[in-house]
Design a protein around this ligand. Structure first.
Ligand code: MLC
Ligand code: AMP
Length: 512
């Protein structure tokens, strides 16, 4: 790349649009069609809207809206105008949003018209100057204002290490941290995946994931756009309708729960997947039972990969047979350009099959946590590797295997749930002495949270009331699926709560 080349991710995605801009870029599950020209023009209009606000360089655009093509256009427009996209899960409630907006201090907040009455005051209190609404039926003030803007826009000049997005995630402890991803992180990863997963002319992607996290927003979306591929767009994952659309598609990406739910559909047959080229799974461990059943039912071997908000994609099972077989229970090999190593707690590199901490480096690894230089430093080794918090090994064939996590984290249906956060809320409740939240196996979500709560002396606690109180305050996917009130927590001789014992005690809770 020459010194003057524009490293703006949007510019690279735009350059990959097909030459026939009248072709279909997106077909939605409610019967709308968007051409490549529509994507080009509408993203230009929103980018011009942002430019007209005269925001400072690096300004954050925080977005909590339902999935829609217009929400995707807002993401593309933010890149195009050179600002920083900050997606927020629509399940987040006011305390969660207050934290994210207070921490990120976005210049612009875009929310649904339904939530505007509580999101707008939070934004204004945090100093946000501009609040727009955007609904999933192509209405809202954002589009009303954008409609007045020019449909021509030259992508802002950005360097590879300029920030493109902030994704909130919790590392090992404490409150959520904003992972800063650069144009270079995202583009280099997308280019590697385009090649590694064999994206080819004529590919059609079923896009059925939310667009507020890495999997749906970056891996799936960039994959299709960088290949100029049509997307069959689902606002919400609906297994029946996805199965109906499979014959028109070649690529599908999902968290393991999506595969479990698709397998429950009688319409999932070899005939239905006859045109499919690739099924990708990730964000949470894919059970070997699901991997095997999928192969049996469809004749396709799911390709499992591994990634994180801080690093985008790190490893992948092979796509091409000459690179090796796709092995269930493994996450494959480090992607080209990624260095992955496993070390023990003393920093010694583990030998084959020896379990240790997974550490990574590469052009995909983020620029640090937003306004947390100390935390950032803690999460990197002295020689510049990022500590993933995942525990695993490299097996005898060179495949990476994730066996657990050193971070106290539950992954439920592909969403991260931090026990410390839930425990914090429970511990504040009247009559609660302490609590522990642990993850246990679940047939649909893979893993779900269970809360064990200890009352203060003389207090009477009602488990249902605890759950109800949590529901009023936290995103729904974080709510423990069961709650037990018991006299005490198991502790080791150091006084530390033995979560492993609690997990073992409750592991059969949701078994069929
Ligand atoms: C929904 N519910 C969940 C849940 N999703 N509970 C636990 N875990 C989840 N993930 C609960 C709700 O609280 C609600 O309960 C009930 O299910 C119905 O809610 P819903 O919104 O209608 O659910 P549904 O549409 O069925 O959603 C399930 C799902 C969704 C699997 C489709 O969770 C999903 O889209 N997951 C994908 C997440 C994702 O994209 N992850 C990628 C992260 S990126 P109640 O009691 O309130 O009725 C990443 C990096 C990487 O990790 O490597 O990719
Ligand atoms: P997030 O912080 O939401 O980006 O979640 C990242 C975490 O998801 C990783 O650190 C892993 O613990 C987990 N993860 C992602 N992909 C896989 C996978 N294929 N198998 C097991 N865990 C995974």
């Amino acid at each position: 790349m020459t010194k003057t080349a524009n490293a703006n991710l949007f510019a690279a995605l735009r350059a990959a649009f097909p030459s026939d801009l009248d072709g279909i870029a997106v077909e939605t599950d409610n019967g709308l069609f968007y051409s490549w020209r529509d994507i080009e023009r509408a993203s230009a209009m929103i980018a011009n809207l942002l430019d007209a606000l005269k925001l400072e360089k690096g300004a954050r655009i925080a977005v909590q809206v339902e999935k829609s093509v217009e929400a995707m256009l807002l993401y593309l427009a933010t890149l195009r105008a050179g600002y920083v996209f900050l997606p927020l899960n629509t399940a987040y409630q006011s305390a969660e949003i207050e934290y994210f907006i207070g921490n990120a201090e976005p210049a612009v907040v875009v929310c649904t018209s339904r939530n505007a009455s509580w999101v707008a005051p939070i934004a204004v209190a945090a100093g946000t100057k501009h609040v727009f609404t955007l609904d999933d039926d192509r209405t809202g003030t954002l589009l009303e204002v954008a409609a007045q803007c020019s449909d021509r826009h030259t992508p802002a000049k950005r360097k590879a290490d300029d920030m493109a997005a902030i994704l909130y995630t919790s590392g090992t402890t404490g409150r959520s941290k904003g992972a800063m991803l650069t144009h270079g992180n995202l583009l280099s990863n997308a280019q590697v995946l385009k090649d590694y997963w064999g994206w080819t002319e004529g590919d059609v992607l079923i896009h059925a994931l939310p667009i507020f996290h890495v999997h749906g927003l970056f891996v799936a979306l960039h994959g299709a756009l960088l290949n100029g591929s049509k997307m069959l767009w689902f606002a919400k994952f609906d297994p029946k309708r996805v199965v109906q659309k499979l014959p028109e598609a070649t690529v599908f990406m999902g968290v393991p729960t999506l595969y479990v739910r698709l397998l429950a559909e009688p319409g999932l047959t070899r005939e239905a997947v006859r045109n499919m080229r690739l099924f990708v799974a990730g964000s949470a461990p894919l059970l070997i039972e699901t991997f095997d059943e999928w192969r049996e039912r469809t004749g396709h071997t799911i390709l499992e990969r591994y990634g994180m908000s801080e690093t985008v994609m790190l490893t992948s099972n092979p796509y091409k047979p000459e690179q090796g077989e796709r092995r269930g229970g493994t996450v494959g090999f480090a992607l080209p350009g990624v260095q992955l190593r496993v070390r023990d707690d003393s920093g010694r590199e583990c030998t084959t099959d020896e379990i240790g901490n997974i550490e990574v480096s590469g052009p995909n690894v983020f620029a640090g946590y937003w306004r947390m230089p100390e935390k950032t430093k803690e999460e990197f080794t002295s020689d510049g590797f990022f500590k993933t918090g995942d525990v695993g090994k490299i097996d005898g064939l060179g495949y990476a295997v994730i066996v657990g996590r050193s971070k106290d984290l539950i992954i439920s249906g592909g969403y991260n749930v931090y026990p410390a956060e839930i425990e914090g809320y429970i511990n504040e409740m009247a009559g609660v002495a302490e609590s522990a939240v642990v993850g246990v196996p679940h047939p649909d979500f893979g893993e779900v949270g269970v809360a064990i709560v200890i009352p203060k002396a003389g207090a009477a606690l009602d488990a249902d009331a605890i759950v109800a109180e949590l529901k009023a305050r936290l995103a729904n996917f974080k709510i423990p699926k069961r709650c037990f009130v018991v006299p005490e927590l198991p502790r080791n001789t150091m006084g530390k709560v033995q979560k492993a014992l609690l997990r073992a005690e409750h592991k059969e809770l949701f078994s069929a």
